[in-house]
Design a protein around this ligand. Structure first.
Ligand SMILES: Nc1ncnc2c1ncn2[C@@H]1O[C@H](COP(=O)(O)OP(=O)(O)O)[C@@H](O)[C@H]1O
Ligand SMILES: [Mg+2]
Length: 261
């Protein structure tokens, strides 16, 4: 098996707006993601991050280029890709456990007992022991996002596609979930494709940060983050962390000035 998991080559995407100007969102975007990588994408609002993630998820079409997973064209959503959005997208009428077991139902490969055991494993992983029978409305935002993460992991995807999953959370909860995600990745090494507009978050989590520019969305630079794992909030105090952070900030900020001049 090749080490390369996702191959994106010269992808172009234009939204056709009825009665308005077409929006060129992605232009010649090429990116390769290897097994076990933690890739973060940063870039200004509207640069096409969500569009790119949705294309990889198989939820969005594109005009030209190549998007492949393990050498196969991506033509729609599939259980090999776990998707987590900023809004939790849980089923309000299902308990925490039922929400987590939901995706496994469609894999048709687990008995009820196995599903129970797998959901148990991920309930522990996201620190929701004791909340198995709670409904989403009884949970905080951070807890709901933990359920969404557990649900995505429970189907053992080859890659986690996360679109600003912590964007709606307060700073404290966000820091906690970053740590939990790091622990999970350090243990399971499931490839992550993680979108954020927070440069700190990107450098803390990623083994590789992809910087996108806007109008049209293009890949500006790819920065390999050579900070050792395990990482935690204290990693942010590391000199090298700040070198990466300042370098990426510089590029992002210059683009911002460019767009808003
Ligand atoms: N369905 C759509 N129709 C027309 N334009 C869209 C549509 N979805 C997104 N866009 C535009 O495409 C650009 C990129 O959007 P998006 O991928 O959501 O960016 P980001 O996630 O980086 O903020 C934005 O200018 C947005 O307004
Ligand atoms: Mg977005």
């Amino acid at each position: 098996m090749s080490d390369n998991l996702i191959h994106i080559e010269n992808v172009n995407k234009t939204y056709v707006v009825k009665g308005g100007d077409d929006v060129e969102v992605l232009k010649n975007v090429s990116l390769d993601i290897s097994n076990n990588e933690f890739v973060c994408v940063v870039g200004p609002s509207g640069c096409g991050k969500t569009t790119l993630l949705n294309i990889v998820a198989g939820l969005e079409t594109f005009n030209s280029g190549l998007v492949q997973m393990e050498g196969q064209n991506i033509i729609g959503p599939g259980p090999d890709r776990g998707v987590i959005f900023q809004q939790y997208a849980l089923f309000p009428w299902m308990t925490v456990r039922k929400n987590i077991e939901y995706g496994m139902k469609y894999l048709n490969k687990y008995t009820a007992k196995e599903k129970y055991e797998i959901s148990d494993k991920y309930i522990k992983m996201v620190n929701l022991v004791g909340f198995e029978n709670f409904y989403p409305k009884e949970l905080s935002g951070g807890m709901k996002q933990r359920v969404a993460i557990a649900r995505a992991y429970a189907i053992s995807p080859k890659v986690m596609l996360m679109d600003e999953p912590f964007g709606a959370l307060d700073a404290q909860t966000r820091a906690q979930l970053q740590e939990d995600l790091l622990r999970t990745w350090e243990k399971e090494k499931t490839t992550c494709f993680f979108i954020t507009h927070d440069v700190d978050e990107a450098v803390l989590l990623a083994s590789k940060v992809v910087i996108m520019s806007s109008k049209p969305g293009q890949i500006k630079e790819i920065v390999k983050i050579d900070l050792p794992y395990p990482r935690n909030q204290a990693t942010k105090l590391d000199d090298q962390f700040n070198v990466y952070k300042n370098h990426i900030w510089d590029i992002v900020y210059k683009m911002y000035l460019e767009v808003n001049k």
